[in-house]
Design a protein around this ligand. Structure first.
Ligand code: ADE
Length: 264
């Protein structure tokens, strides 16, 4: 899959993504990253790409023409129109299903804004998807673009070592992932759940599925509406909901550790 990133800070994107798992996938040619510096399309010798907002107000606005020219450069090379994402807090909130949808594209353009945003007119011309990564405001679209690229990349075949590992994790099937354990068997008096040491594959799978349902009911009950559960699992869920009422949640575990940290 090929990502084109239109940005004023290409080095930020390069440094962030040519590392770790995405870095390895880029080296292997499973992914391709094309960072395009919008400043190269400034059309003036000072490389100026922003100006004061009409009507007044704080900050500067990225001008339409350099963004448009950078986008034209990318689509002309591709020889066809490309799905183009503008990263903005005003967009639809990014989630796993959206990542799965974008992963079907062969090429994707990501447009990163800065300052007070980009001239509306060019957005109207080139953007197919307005995406936010959450209800908070960052200094620019580069980190959001990297979040999107990272999330989409791990869905591309071959990027993760274990082909199945993207399938059995948080948000797949709208369920959270089951808890994981590794050596030692007992750590600070805490033992690994015995079923995981039993070598009985069927029982392990059953336990993991139950844990996924339990965890989702406990921490993200909002996700359960979309989960595809068997009748038996729905029964289990009903019972779990009752027993969960008195159970400790992450918040209280966190609170306890926070108090220790403050030595209260
Ligand atoms: N640019 C600034 N903040 C953003 C956010 N939360 N999501 C996407 N792009 C952004």
């Amino acid at each position: 899959m090929k990502f084109h990133v239109l940005t004023l800070f290409p080095e930020m994107i390069e440094n962030g993504l040519r590392t770790s798992i995405t870095g390895r996938a880029l080296e292997k040619g499973l992914l391709s990253l094309d960072t395009v510096n919008i400043r190269d399309f400034a059309g003036n010798k000072h490389g100026k790409v922003d100006d004061y907002p009409y009507g007044g107000g704080a900050g500067m606005v990225m001008q339409a023409e350099p963004v448009y020219a950078a986008h034209q450069y990318v689509t002309a090379r591709a020889g066809r129109p490309l799905r183009t994402v503008y990263l903005t807090p005003q967009g639809r909130t990014f989630h796993q299903e959206m990542a799965e949808e974008f992963a079907k594209e062969e090429e994707l353009v990501l447009l990163c804004g800065h300052y007070e945003g980009i001239d509306e007119r060019v957005l109207e011309e080139i953007v197919t998807d307005f995406v936010s990564i959450g209800d908070y405001v960052l200094t620019g679209g580069e980190l959001p673009a990297m979040v999107m690229i990272d999330t989409i990349s791990r869905l591309v075949e071959g990027v993760l070592n274990n082909e199945t590992s993207a399938e059995f994790e948080s948000f797949h099937d709208s369920l959270l992932e089951y808890p994981q354990y590794s050596r030692p068997e007992v750590w600070r008096g805490k033992a690994v759940p015995p079923v995981l040491l039993s070598g009985h594959h069927g029982n392990v799978e059953k336990w993991r599925r139950e844990q996924s349902i339990r965890r989702t009911a406990k921490w993200r009950p909002d996700l359960l509406e979309k989960a595809d559960l068997t009748d038996k699992e729905k029964e289990l869920l009903k019972k779990e909901k009752e027993s969960l009422k008195g159970e400790e949640k992450w918040d209280s575990i966190g609170e306890k550790n926070l108090k220790n940290w403050l030595r209260m």
